[in-house]
Design a protein around this ligand. Structure first.
Ligand code: SF4
Length: 690
């Protein structure tokens, strides 16, 4: 390791795709001595949110895992003893060799993406070549948005730069700055230019302050609003006949279908007055180009979570907004821009496991596979599963059946404390080499520090396991830099040679993606069987779903409050032991807080800051009341990532197994994260959470 003070340009380890922020760090004597936002980063221009600013606290943190540890005593006692890496490898290898490959599962969380694609992809390679179960983790996050958009054929997005320069109307639909803070300056620029901004969400957020108009609606009703907008656009002949004739499929059926979805009908569901819905539709259609910036995750995490994206994605096609500057769909978590990205480093291998043995990326099926005793070994990489899976009660019952659970992470978390048999210390982002990709650029993340303690990289861990299990070809590269070069191979330099880490260094660590167009779909070629935007989807129909965009009302039960969860600027899922391992984040995340409207609070004699219990027939958990007019009566909302949250969520499948794989690469396997609950004051005794 080099000595002397060095300044290095890198990226924040969090995964706020597709924006993400650059960092300038100084290291000296293998220590991180300073960190600030990189003012030259073309995406973030010096910005770092509190999560990024807190990341130095990973290092020299007394809570950080520094040595492999195995469980002592019973699961859940949280008692551990240090062991060697060799002992740890032996435990894993012995357990795998004593069972069949299909009884071994790999689950990875956002924690393996802190240095970009390298970790995630190697877990996939290891799983494919080993014949192990592994799952697409988009099902805890953005999958249902992608699924609905994919059915229509509008997965690609235009960039924030295009929005700033060209959009006249901007609809932030479930999109928050908590997920994409780097959007904010571009939104401000657009408004200065005269763009009109509308925010649609279940509650007021920072985004509302930058909007000219705000529409609040209950969780899970976005599809009803979108269908009513389509109704008005069709009814008032505001659609683009020429675009529809050339580039869409099924308009006649769609136009007939939306006749039933009047603004009056939508008003009874959303609470938004019919005239406001009409005015919104007229503005969207007439004051163009109009861009919809769709939320990445929370808006889709309910029982019928694919329906909003499916319905909303028809609006740009209806009005001919796709393929034009300032129109279409704007940056969204999980979306890709119109450009070349990384090379596919899985292309040279195929999955060893027969299809019949594979447990699909379908959350309910995964949980069932645990509860039915189908898994003997579970390797968990960078994830706190109990906080991320809906219906955590059932998941916990399932995890108890798995014979060996291994957690590879920076810190202990609720899942590892309760269920792991072996805990392995992972490297942090400055201790590995990696890449980050935004909609417009690829950035180098340099290896800047020697790992603390006995922390080992994911590459090292998987190479060691592959070697001991005799799984060939898991890591056919010379070293980690050579592996990173493999991702860069799809980018060509001016001479036609592939981009490499060395060339990226020569460019200061920044690289504008090849073939970048800030405007998506200029070719008007869409990724559907017909290559057109599909108002009518044959694929959906064959899978037992409505072939036309639909709205399904949530099933009501005896609990009066509609519960949903989402993101704040101070947390990212359950990263860093629910934020508690980093002092800066722990100070601002003092515990679960439930947003509740004053009317609902008053009925229950609840005041702001009061300890409360959130409960339904599935379970209960404690929180503090945050009484606010920023949320609608009858709705309660909380930041996701707290381990107790999913004690009350149902985990019911959103689509069936038949419909799971209709959209290539995007599983429909998310489970329902919403719930009906009631809330009460926490009495001094007798309300201890289960
Ligand atoms: S918004 Fe915050 S957490 Fe996300 S990449 Fe930027 S600094 Fe990191």
């Amino acid at each position: 390791m080099m000595t002397g003070k060095r300044q290095i340009t890198t990226m924040c380890p969090m995964n706020c795709i597709p924006t993400q922020c650059g960092m300038t760090i100084e290291v000296e004597d293998n220590k991180l001595v300073s960190l600030k936002g990189d003012v030259n980063n073309p995406d973030s221009r010096g910005f770092l949110c509190i999560r990024g600013q807190a990341t130095p606290e990973i290092f020299e943190n007394p809570k950080r895992l520094l040595h492999p540890m195995r469980r002592v005593g019973e699961r859940g006692e949280d008692r551990w003893e240090a062991c060697s890496w060799d002992d740890a490898y032996k435990m894993i290898v012995d357990a795998i060799e004593q069972t069949q490959p299909e009884r071994v599962g790999l689950w990875r969380g956002h924690g393996t993406g802190t240095t970009g694609p390298a970790g995630n992809t190697l877990v996939s390679r290891f799983g494919m070549l080993g014949g192990f179960q592994q799952w697409n983790t988009a099902i805890v996050c953005w999958a249902m948005g992608g699924y609905g958009l994919g059915l229509t054929g509008t997965l690609k997005t235009s960039t924030k730069e295009d929005m700033a320069s060209n959009a006249r109307t901007i609809i932030l639909w479930g999109a928050t700055f908590a997920s994409q803070p780097d959007l904010a300056p571009h939104l401000i620029a657009a408004r200065k230019r005269g763009a009109y901004v509308i925010h649609i969400d279940t509650h007021r957020t920072e985004a509302s302050r930058h909007a000219d108009d705000v529409f609040l609606l209950p969780p899970g009703t976005d599809a009803a609003l979108a269908l009513a907008l389509a109704h008005v656009i069709v009814q008032e002949n505001l659609y683009d006949q020429s675009f529809i004739d050339s580039f869409t499929l099924g308009f006649a059926q769609f136009a007939a279908h939306v006749q039933q979805y009047t603004p009056e009908w939508a008003a009874t569901i959303t609470g938004i007055e019919p005239e406001r819905i009409r005015a919104l539709a007229r503005r969207y259609a007439a004051d163009s180009p109009a861009m919809i910036v769709l939320g990445g995750s929370s808006i889709f995490k309910h029982q019928h979570g694919w329906e909003p994206a499916r319905a909303i994605s028809c609006l740009p096609a209806l009005t001919g907004q796709l393929g034009i500057a300032g129109g279409g769909l704007g940056p969204r978590h999980g979306a890709s821009s119109e450009s070349t990205g990384y090379a596919d480093v899985l292309a040279d291998i195929s999955r060893k496991m027969p299809d019949a043995a594979a447990i699909p990326s379908h959350m309910t099926s995964i949980t069932e596979s645990f509860t039915h005793g189908q898994l003997d070994v579970l390797l968990v990489f960078g994830s706190n599963m109990l906080s991320m899976f809906a219906d955590a009660n059932e998941l916990a019952r399932g995890l108890a059946q798995v014979k060996l659970i291994v957690s590879y992470d920076l810190f202990m978390n609720a899942t590892s404390r309760r269920f792991a048999d072996l805990v392995l210390p992972s490297t942090a982002w400055l201790e590995d080499i990696g890449l980050k990709q935004t909609a417009t650029h690829i950035y180098l993340m340099e290896h800047a520090l020697t790992p603390e303690g006995e922390c080992r990289s994911l590459v090292t861990l998987l190479r060691e396991l592959a070697q001991r299990l005799n799984i060939a070809n898991v890591f056919p590269w010379r070293d980690e830099e050579d592996y990173v070069n493999a991702f860069l191979a799809a980018q060509k330099t001016e001479t036609g040679a592939p981009l490499t880490v060395d060339i990226l260094r020569e460019h200061g660590g920044y690289w504008q993606r090849n073939n970048l167009s800030h405007v998506a779909y200029q070719e008007r070629h869409f990724a559907t069987p017909s290559t057109k935007v599909e108002f009518w989807s044959e694929r959906a129909q064959q899978a037992g779903l409505s072939p036309l965009p639909s709205y399904t009302a949530p099933e009501k039960n005896e609990y009066p409050l509609r519960f949903s969860q989402g993101r704040t600027l101070t947390a990212f899922h359950s990263f860093f032991d629910e934020g508690q391992a980093l002092p800066t984040l722990a100070r601002v995340n003092t515990g679960p807080q439930l947003w509740i409207h004053p009317q609902d609070a008053q009925q229950r004699q609840i005041t702001h800051g009061m300890p409360i219990v959130i409960a339904n027939d599935r379970g209960h958990f404690e929180a503090m009341a945050s009484v606010s007019e920023d949320i609608l009566p009858g709705v309660v909302w909380m930041r996701d990532g707290w381990v107790g949250v999913n004690r009350v969520t149902s985990g019911a499948p959103i689509v069936s197994l038949t419909a799971n794989d209709v959209v290539p690469g995007i599983p429909g396997g998310q489970a329902a994260y919403d719930a009906w609950v009631d809330v009460r004051r926490k009495e001094p005794e007798g309300d201890t959470p289960s």
